[in-house]
Design a protein. Sequence first.
Length: 282
Amino acid sequence: MSQPKRTVLISGCSDGGMGAELAKVLHEQGLHVYATARDTSKMASLSALGIETLTLDVQSQESIEACAKQIPNLDILINNAGALMTTTVSDISIPEAKKIFDIMVWGNIAMIQAFLPQLVKSKKAMIVNHTSVGVHLAIPFQSVYNASKAAMSMFSDAMRLELEAFDIAVINLKTGGVRTQIATNVRAKDPKLPEGSLYAPAKEETESALRVDWLGDRGVPAEEWAKQVAKELLKQTPPQTIWLGESATLLRYASSLPMAWFDGMIKRLTGLDKIQAILQKK
């Protein structure tokens, strides 16, 4: 008798994102993939390949439970859903920041809790939490995003120990630069400084940084990243932490160094040095 296919659920699989590319590669590798997103019409490229698509909003407990009921067994859960928020710390909208944490922290925890009954039955269960190399590097105007990734990184380390008793592997997927639609989506929102911002004297330069214009076309192609991730996940014994994407290897080794050592480089890269010069003149 042939062995049943391993099953994997991936959150955040809208076309053009890392989740969609990973779904394609794992499907090609012979896994039964459940690709999910809030709007299934945004996963047309996956449906065309015969990948099963399901509606899932990780901010809704009702949606998570409804999705879990449609999946009788699960071997791998990949928490990938995310959203990028760019703002200065002094201008953070607390309600909006909470939404980011709801997606990338509490939404992930809710997913894990909902699918644990299926995972504990698997002979080779795995939870993959998609965090970021930004956990180890302070990037101006991305504090909310990186803080949520850092929180999830700590949850991952704790779960790795706690779930070992149930033979469930927990993997922290720390991604560096990857070319996706995320920067395009931020630019489409055209983030602006609020009235009365401390950064108003450098409004043009700061709003350019908020639009992450400095990113340009940096990053490895998403399909290349997905192939590398799949290769690591499908190893007989996957690593507890996976570092992939542009600058991931560099930050892996630099993470043990004082963060302040990189301040100058980061300021120049993001344009914060110019913003700082304007503000200090004022």
